[in-house]
Design a protein around this ligand. Structure first.
Ligand code: ADE
Length: 248
């Protein structure tokens, strides 16, 4: 899959996408990532990319002409047209379903906004999909673009290696993941749930499923089609009952 990023801060993309699974996917040719500087498509002496909003108001707006030129330039670099995604807090909220849809595209072109946003004519005429990574406002679309690239990369066949599969994780079955433990079996008196040491696979699987359900009901009842109003009181993690209190 090819991913092009249009940004005013290409340097922001160094680091997060150079480690671990995304790094390997790039090295293996599964993810072909290209980061482009929008400013290179400004035409005036000062390389202006933004201007004051018509009608007044705070902040600056990214110019439609500069963005359009940048997009045309990037588009011409590969035969696939590319799905143009604009990262904005006003977009539809990213979730597992959308990640899978995007991962099925041969090419994504991600547009990162800055300032107060981009001229709406660019969105109207050039953008296929507007996506938010959550109900909070970041200083720009760069981190959201990296979040999206990371999430999508995990769904490219082969990116997780042969053994692993995104199907076995949170959200694939609509539930949060069960807790995991490894050695030592007891640390500072904190013991791993007995059932996991029992070697009884059916019981372990039943316990894990009960944990997934209990966690989801407690933390994300909306995933079970229930209202979310009582979840996460005070925003602090509520401890679920000790794992061995949950039915096996
Ligand atoms: N740009 C600023 N905040 C954002 C968010 N929450 N999601 C996507 N793009 C953004």
């Amino acid at each position: 899959m090819r991913v092009d990023v249009l940004t005013l801060f290409p340097e922001a993309f160094r680091g997060p996408l150079d480690v671990s699974i995304v790094k390997r996917a790039r090295e293996d040719g599964l993810l072909d990532l290209h980061v482009h500087d929008i400013r290179e498509h400004a035409t005036d002496r000062h390389r202006t990319v933004d201007d004051y909003p018509f009608g007044g108001g705070q902040g600056m707006v990214m110019r439609v002409d500069v963005l359009d030129r940048a997009l045309e330039f990037v588009r011409a670099q590969a035969p696939e047209r590319g799905l143009v995604v604009y990262l904005t807090p006003a977009g539809e909220r990213l979730n597992d379903r959308i990640v899978r849809e995007l991962a099925a595209e041969p090419r994504l072109i991600l547009v990162c906004g800055r300032y107060e946003g981009v001229d709406e004519r660019f969105v109207e005429h050039c953008v296929d999909r507007e996506i938010s990574i959550g109900d909070y406002v970041l200083t720009g679309g760069e981190l959201p673009a990296m979040v999206l690239i990371d999430a999508v990369t995990r769904h490219i066949p082969g990116a997780l290696g042969d053994a692993a599969s995104p199907e076995e994780e949170s959200f694939a079955d609509g539930l949060l993941e069960h807790p995991q433990y490894t050695r030592p079996a007891v640390y500072r008196g904190w013991a791993v749930p007995d059932v996991l040491l029992s070697g009884h696979h059916a019981r372990i699987e039943a316990w894990r499923r009960a944990q997934r359900l209990a966690r989801t009901r407690e933390r994300r009842p909306d995933l079970l089609g229930e209202p979310n109003d009582g979840a996460q009181p005070g925003g602090r993690r509520e401890r679920l009952g000790a794992p061995d209190e949950v039915d096996e």
